[in-house]
Design a protein around this ligand. Structure first.
Ligand SMILES: Cc1ncc(COP(=O)(O)O)c(C=O)c1O
Length: 392
């Protein structure tokens, strides 16, 4: 039984064609799921979500970037040195051995439970390709709003995707009972982009069941001090935890990440991974970023970011409501006339992430990255000015 908030998205691979830089069908004309009973101006017609839109398309020359969630403009010097040193080895084909061991140590897992990937994003494609639509997966459910690439990867691989939409009325909380019993592939982000909500570990555990694969995207988990809600160290059957090293370490261009799962699943995912998919530079960075000192450095940065986020949330009081208690280095705001506000902010030098490309959100939602207090203060001043101008 499909509930009101469940939406179906289907897409056959043969429909994919290129038009400019956006695959035609991924602009959602063919992700059709109308629900005549459900009308809310803040929830866009899902047919208009451009699932392939990401924050990097919104940055521009001279703009302060509050749209991309990479924490730093460059890797720290010690990591840069690691990358430079790795250049000496790039004539050889990459060897994943040391990186696999480093990830296993970092999370207390065995090497057989680790697959290093070209950024966290590669994991979505591996899952979508390794599990066959119809046979392995009868019903894939993606919990939205969330990062859109998992849905894209599934749809491109021919999976039928149902959307479970969480809402602001209950702070985007996930009630496991709302996930259909027969969903045999479930994808959830934790903490979630763009809502910044951190689901409790106990909630996620309730989604684990025999015959189901649960993909937990923990791309931003290393920004949560102590990572209390992480599933990474737990051995749960059917659970795939995906991690990214690109945000915290300023490595988006290097493509470093990994996944953790039971050995049989790891083997299946590895079978569909292109050979030498993870570059020598990414592997060297993975080893370095999994060292105890790097993990401790990331945790200190996470603590600083919490302070910066609290400052942002305090400054936003009385200016624009934050959607839910945030746990990641970005917050989701609700503003009137969002498109005009976004434009006004650009005129004042700030790029923020549009919300309307996320299923479940509309144009009046904006995602704003947490930066240092100086940047936050000027941003909130600019936002206040734009909102005042809109009201006069
Ligand atoms: C929630 C989430 N998951 C995964 C990714 C992919 O990260 P990467 O492939 O750079 O590791 C992103 C990138 O923006 C993201 O926001």
């Amino acid at each position: 039984m499909r509930t009101e908030a469940m939406r179906t998205a289907t897409l056959t691979p043969m429909l994919i064609a290129k038009e400019g830089d956006v695959p035609v069908d991924l602009r959602n004309r063919d992700l059709r799921h109308h629900d005549p009973d459900h009308h809310d101006p803040d929830h866009h017609d899902p047919d208009h979500h451009d699932l392939r839109h990401h924050g990097d398309r919104e940055v521009g020359p001279g703009l302060v970037d509050l749209t991309v969630n990479v924490r730093r403009p460059a890797p720290p010097v010690w990591l840069r040195d690691v990358l430079i040193e790795a250049l000496d080895g790039v004539a050889a084909y990459p060897d994943t051995g040391a990186a696999t061991t480093a990830v296993a140590h970092r999370h207390g897992r065995t090497r057989e439970e680790v697959l290093v990937t070209a950024g966290g994003a590669e994991a979505f494609t591996l899952v979508a390709r390794a599990l066959c639509p119809g046979t392995d997966v009868g019903r894939a459910v993606v919990v939205h709003p969330q990062f859109t690439e998992p849905e894209v990867a599934l749809a491109v691989a021919g999976h039928r995707v149902d959307r479970l939409l969480l809402g602001p009325q209950d702070g985007y909380a996930l009630d496991p009972a709302r996930v259909p019993q027969d969903a045999d592939l479930v994808v959830v982000g934790n903490p979630t982009n763009p809502t910044s909500v951190l689901h409790p570990l106990a909630t996620l555990r309730r989604l684990v069941r025999p015959g189901r694969v649960l993909v937990v995207d923990e791309a931003f988990m290393d920004t949560v001090p102590g990572e209390p809600e992480s599933l990474a160290a737990l051995r749960l059957p059917g659970v795939i935890v995906l991690r990214s090293l690109t945000k915290t370490w300023g490595l988006a261009g290097v493509r470093a990440g990994y996944l953790l799962a039971e050995p049989a699943l790891v083997r299946r995912l590895a079978e569909v991974q292109p050979p030498w998919s993870v570059s020598s530079l990414a592997l060297a960075a993975t080893v370095a970023c999994c060292s105890p000192s790097a993990v401790a450095e990331a945790d200190r940065a996470a603590v600083r970011s919490v302070g910066d986020r609290e400052h942002l949330v305090r400054r936003l009081q009385g200016v624009a409501p934050v959607a839910a208690p945030p746990a990641a280095p970005f917050v989701l705001l609700h503003v009137p006339q969002g498109a005009a506000v976004r434009e006004g902010l650009r005129e004042r030098g700030f790029a923020v992430r549009r919300g309307d490309t996320f299923p479940g959100l509309g144009p009046n939602w904006l995602r704003v990255a947490v930066r240092d207090r100086g940047v936050t203060d000027s941003f909130v001043d600019a936002l206040t000015g734009v909102l005042r101008r809109g009201m006069t």
